[in-house]
Design a protein around this ligand. Structure first.
Ligand code: GTQ
Ligand code: FE2
Length: 343
């Protein structure tokens, strides 16, 4: 890299100092990084530590104390700032039997990845969807949403939001719904019937934006990957990997966030890869190892780890692994910033 250090004459020093009082700064003295990557670091959260803490939080925080019982996963470099990487929010939400997480809406888009427990539902835009482990669920921005647990066990899921984008743009808005839950005016399964069978309503005109399909059931994702692993060569770095698509457009489920599921067969040893995407991993099944920027993390089911932009990573599987990921890829594709390489 070339740097053009200006000769520091007394006159130039005085000049640089003087202009500061006018809120000006000389580009030739700037120190901000002009390289890929961010100050964020790779990090691993173990389920064995997360689950007891989530259960403990239920004793300490009642549903009346918090509209959502969520533990945020923060990058060690972003303490107190709510984000797991510069562009992504990750929270773990727990809801006990009988509880309701009241209806609201906000400009950030949200996704859920269900980790443990049955009996919870989410209502989005007048339609209720049950949430089963491994399901990927879409909450389009500005749509009313409330959650509830009508089962008999705690339910835990991961929330992924693009609130870093709304914060960056100064475009964060939120509203409470006037009542605890929203009225339901579409039968459960309507979104799946309309958009989830590789069919579309006859008068439907696709529009860019979040996916109209609200729930992507794990069963179908798992089966698709299983078939591909048996019948197709594996990608050197990613094994068998599929991306969740907006069925109306073929694009990503959100304008800002992409989501993926991959299957790494037992003993798979992936090659190294890096991308300018910030990537959050959630292990649906299996155990293995990931090396991110030289740091080794041995992971098991429900562990979460983050690979910030341009950190190289390599995945390997001790047993069959199914791994959910989400990233800021669509935003980087739209801007032309995205770069990736196999190493
Ligand atoms: O469930 O609506 O983790 O609004 C953060 C913000 C969850 C939610 C989060 C939210 C929600
Ligand atoms: Fe929300």
């Amino acid at each position: 890299m070339t740097t053009h250090a200006a000769t520091q004459t007394p006159e130039l020093q005085a000049f640089s100092k003087d202009i500061r009082s006018l809120e000006l700064s000389p580009l030739w003295e700037r120190t901000v990084s002009q390289k890929p990557g961010t100050p964020c670091v790779p990090h691993h959260w173990r389920w064995s530590e997360l689950e007891p803490l989530l259960l403990k939080s239920c004793e300490l925080i009642g549903k009346k104390d918090a509209e959502r019982r969520v533990l945020m996963l923060e990058n060690p470099t972003l303490r107190g700032q709510s984000f797991i990487a510069q562009t992504l929010f990750t929270g773990l939400q727990i809801i006990l039997p009988g509880e309701v997480a009241t209806a609201h809406r906000h400009t950030p888009n949200a996704m859920r990845f269900v980790m443990k427990g049955q009996g919870a539902y989410t209502s989005v835009g007048g339609e209720r969807s049950m949430m089963l482990p491994g399901d990927f669920i879409v909450t389009p921005n500005w749509s009313w949403h409330d959650h509830g647990n009508i089962g008999t066990e705690p339910v835990i899921w991961m929330d992924g939001l693009d609130s870093a984008f709304t914060k960056f743009f100064g475009a964060t808005f939120r509203e409470d719904y006037p009542t605890e839950t929203q009225p339901l005016y579409r039968a459960e399964g309507t979104s799946a019937a309309s958009y989830g069978a590789a069919l579309l309503p006859v008068d439907f005109r696709p529009e860019d934006g979040p996916s109209p399909l609200l729930r992507y059931p794990y069963e179908r994702t798992r089966e698709a990957l299983e078939t591909l692993v048996r019948n197709q060569p594996l990608h050197r770095a990613h094994g068998a990997k599929l991306r969740y698509a907006n069925p109306a457009t073929g694009k990503h489920p959100f304008p800002t966030m992409a989501a993926f599921m991959q299957l790494l067969p037992r003993r798979f040893s992936g090659s190294a890869y890096r991308t300018t995407e910030n990537t959050v991993f959630n292990v649906a099944e299996g155990s293995g190892r990931v090396v991110i920027s030289g740091q080794t993390f041995d992971f098991g089911p429900h562990d979460i780890f983050v690979a910030p932009s341009w950190c190289d990573y390599a995945l390997s599987a001790h047993e069959d692994c199914v791994i959910f990921t989400y990233t800021d890829r669509p935003a980087q594709e739209a801007t032309g910033f995205l770069r990736e390489e196999e190493l």
